[in-house]
Ligand binder design. Sequence first.
Ligand SMILES: *Cc1c(COP(=O)(O)O)cnc(C)c1O
Length: 370
Amino acid sequence: MSGFVFGEKPIGIESGEGVHLYGEDGTEYLDFGASYACAPVGHCHPDVVSAVEEQASDLLFVQGSYPTETRAALYDRLAGLAPGDCSNVWLCNSGTEANEAALKFARHATGREKVVAAKRAFHGRTLGALAATWKPKYREGFAVPENVEFVDYGDSEALAEAVDEETAAVLLEPVQGEGGVNPAPEGYLAAAREACDDAGAALVFDEIQTGLGRTGSLWACENAGVEPDVLTVAKGLASGLPIGATLCAGWIAEDAGNHGSTFSGGPVPCAAALATLDVIEDEGLAGHASEVGAHFQSELADLPVRDVRGEGLLVGVEVKRGANRALPSLAMEHGILALPAGRTVVRFLPPLTVSEGDVETVASALEAVL
Ligand SMILES: *Cc1c(COP(=O)(O)O)cnc(C)c1O
């Protein structure tokens, strides 16, 4: 039996190790999608697996209002890693929930309602985050709230014009992921910072896809030297166990309003997150992502495609005949898994542990299928 919401692919997966996934018949796949960036340190990293095993045998779960050492350690860890003043941590279970919380907190702290987001943005599928998600196909028929104004991504003037005294938050991805792998143009994030400062609005960076070292720095906003008021992270934070975090500046946290979640800060995902962050830091994976990502883009540069773009190991290739042709051939003929980003872009989000040899393999396979 298969589920009714998701389409499923004809590729059963039974196990994973490092940059590879394996089917039940032993077929090996080189995983350049990492299940939507959920395997930053590779599949089944031994440190993450043993942290989960140890925590699971001590305590599977306790509600968030009882302090635990594991949760306190993750609060401290994220506070220490957060950009700027974003050291107040809310833990939840997914990316969309991290963004829901960000929007609720920003609205409460500012006493305003309006949100400014970008065309092609993806922020999640629950109603609040969906209201800031651009794609009409995702929104149709769901009575999505209409308090979000969309502006062209990358247009600093349009953004400055949209942000006013009614604006609670500007919500942006530092590199748009699902919307086509669109890096912010030079100066755009700084212009967003300025517009928010002028209007007294909160600048929220959705780093759910770009965070954790993928773009060459721990957070993509560091590449632009811009600090947000709120930063959201999820996806690979606990190596695929459900977790999300909303990191808030003091002025947001002080007046964030009432919020909660049964599973907030459960011990097992927190243990997995701590181990994942250890590996990212100990193995210098942000720097590695920057180097290998640059090599990947240079290997892709001569392909007969419309565009190659991205930051670090978030790389998009805009293809002429559509991503829906290239992706099945990559998987079936070359054992390489990747993701689409819209109709025309093939998106690569591999584990940050991939080697130069791996990216060369993928570049030549893509050349062959094109
Ligand atoms: C995946 C993603 C989300 C949503 O995360 P979920 O865990 O699927 O709810 C939000 N924002 C960005 C940028 C994402 O890539």
